[in-house]
Design a protein around this ligand. Sequence first.
Ligand code: TXA
Ligand code: MG
Length: 330
Amino acid sequence: MNVGLKTQILPAGEAAVAAAARCLAQGGLVAFPTETVYGLGADAANAAAIARLYQAKGRPSFNPLIAHVSDLRAGMRIARFDAQAITLANAFWPGPLTLVLPKTKDCAVADLATAGLDTIAIRVPAHPVAREILRAFGGPVVAPSANLSGHVSPTTAAHVQSDLAGRIDLIVDGGAVAVGVESTIVGCFDAPMLLRPGGVPRGEIERVLGRTLVQPPDDPNDDSAQPLAPGMLASHYAPRTKVRLNANRIEAGEALLAFGSGTVPGVDTATTVMNLSAHSDLAEAAANLFGYLRALDARGARAIAVMPVPHHGLGEAINDRLRRAAVGRE
Ligand code: TXA
Ligand code: MG
């Protein structure tokens, strides 16, 4: 177990980018900001580094990782893009979209990173620090969210530190991220499939493709079939405190995660109130979501009551993460 490492924290900048590239090349683990959430990077071609990464996160190794590359051309060295995939890449990269594609024959990414699947998840991040690190390193970097497995994803370097200090080599601090929920994952199968709602709303993808995205088979814990998005376990983005969704009143001892300008009966008795977006702005709500869940979790309330969030646009990804936060804690 790689606990007891000295984790260095560097502010984003030239020195940090050089240190990150050097560390990755030596098989180290580097947390860095992307526009969605902080990622925990390792050299995608280095199986030993990837084994350490799974260990540091406490993540099951059958849950494959996303390979981050600097551009479409670099992506084409590790995956086969059909016309549809190229259309999506041109429309949304760099940005919060991940494509699941067939691996190329000579794909340099270690089998451990793809959990033995013959497909690979790829994305080109938009965050300037992530892009500089990818450019300086010069190869694909696998990066799951930089949290302990099962915890809420990190949107600041402090979140990364609280989960992973002592378990990883370096944290590059680039401030709070802009999007706040993970990338949208689309499986580029014969019928393109929405494997995970995320930072690019479904409607924008469907508009570019000129067709609707199909849904994966319903039960994410049904392991009888080949899992399409193996990481989409029902309970995943979980705070320790019980989460109660669609709250239309507050019970004694509950904290309130509010949305919009409305209010709910019992709000005066809430131990704490945080509002995802007082003007009902879904982009603002997404950016605040994981940080507020962490903050409310730290208050030790009896439960976190969550007001309803509309389901359109980024609301689909927000509600997906809230539903997972609530599973098993009803
Ligand atoms: O925004 C993001 O995507 C962030 C930042 C750091 O880039 N990364 C992220 O990675 O959310 P992670 O590991 O937390 O989630 C990756 C998801 C998992 O649910 C995994 O099962 C799925 O992608 N995945 C990876 N490879 C896959 C594949 N070949 N087929 C289907 N799903 C795959
Ligand atoms: Mg994650």
